[in-house]
Design a protein around this ligand. Structure first.
Ligand code: R5P
Length: 288
């Protein structure tokens, strides 16, 4: 097995290569002056099980995955697996209004043209993988256990998800952190605004962690922490799988939280735990 690393996740790719004990295929990946991508493998991959690590967000990264996977096929790789640390368009996971695009499915349909298997990390809705034309050709792994281990070292007393839909994340993290969990009651009004329904929580004097799959604008976490502070929480940290931090999200969160952490599915200053372990386990399960 060999790893081909796209340009989205160099640090995670190195950890993954280490966890899998497999070499990284040297490649030249650069942009032409007009922004178009140039890719060249500097070593043969014929007959190899090739694992390509590349997120599909923002759009130019999706294009890179399409080009790399097709290149791997053209170069005669025996199998081509795509590890997609952050899957762009995952939240457009159904047709909400007539005439809209089901973009997560559109992405899968294109990605599976040259990928035999796709591994995602905390895909916004796991069921989206059922849209793949080959049943069982997608795996969703989770970093919530990694978040739980991290929270355990910080002496967190309780884990909360922002809404019922994300309670499974809170449960998974709380089991590892060995503490209770619950959910808040968020309703999204639009892309930029959310409201939290009042809910009495036993958080007075406690160190609380809010966990979610994605932090984007930070609006969800800002509202959640307001409610927890109002009810007397002594410390509030936020942990997510994917730290997108759009629209100044991180600048909004830093002053009101005791910590903001994300995994290396999107590399940046908030990375506090890695997705390499769960991804490596899934890769080993697929490539036998
Ligand atoms: C939505 O359902 C997700 O799980 C997150 O809660 C959401 O993406 C967070 O977005 P924001 O940070 O913009 O509130």
């Amino acid at each position: 097995m060999k790893l081909l690393c796209g340009s989205s996740n160099p640090a995670l790719s190195a950890k993954l290569a280490n966890a899998l004990g497999c070499p990284i295929v040297p490649a030249e990946i650069k942009r032409f002056p007009d922004g178009e991508l140039y890719t060249r493998l500097l070593e043969p991959v014929r007959g190899e099980d090739l694992v390509i690590v590349q997120s599909t967000y923002p759009d130019h990264n999706a294009m890179e995955m399409l080009i790399l996977s097709s290149l791997a096929r053209d170069q005669g790789a025996k199998s081509v697996m795509g590890v997609i640390p952050y899957f762009g368009y995952a939240r457009q996971d159904r047709v909400f209004k007539e005439g809209e695009s089901f973009t997560a499915r559109t992405m899968l349909r294109h990605l599976e043209l040259a990928l035999d298997h796709i591994i995602c990390v905390n895909l916004h809705k796991e069921a989206t993988l059922r849209e793949l034309s080959r049943p069982g050709s997608g795996t969703n792994v989770s970093v919530m256990g990694e978040i739980g281990s991290f929270l355990k070292t910080k002496g967190i007393d309780m884990v909360l998800s922002p809404d019922k839909g994300a309670i499974a994340y809170a449960r998974e993290a709380a089991v590892t952190a060995d503490c209770p969990y619950d959910n808040l009651e968020k309703t999204r009004l639009d892309g930029m605004s959310v409201v939290m329904a009042p809910k009495d929580l036993d958080v007075r004097g406690k160190r609380v962690a809010i966990v979610d799959d994605i932090i984007a604008t930070g609006g969800t976490i800002v509202k959640a922490q307001e409610m927890l502070r109002a009810q007397g929480a002594s410390r509030v940290v936020a942990c997510c799988a994917h730290g997108l931090f759009t629209s100044g999200g991180l600048e909004k969160l830093r002053p009101v939280l005791d910590g903001v952490l994300s995994s290396d599915t999107i590399e940046g200053a908030t990375n506090g735990y890695s997705a390499a372990g769960p991804i490596a386990r899934a890769v080993k399960d697929v490539v036998v």
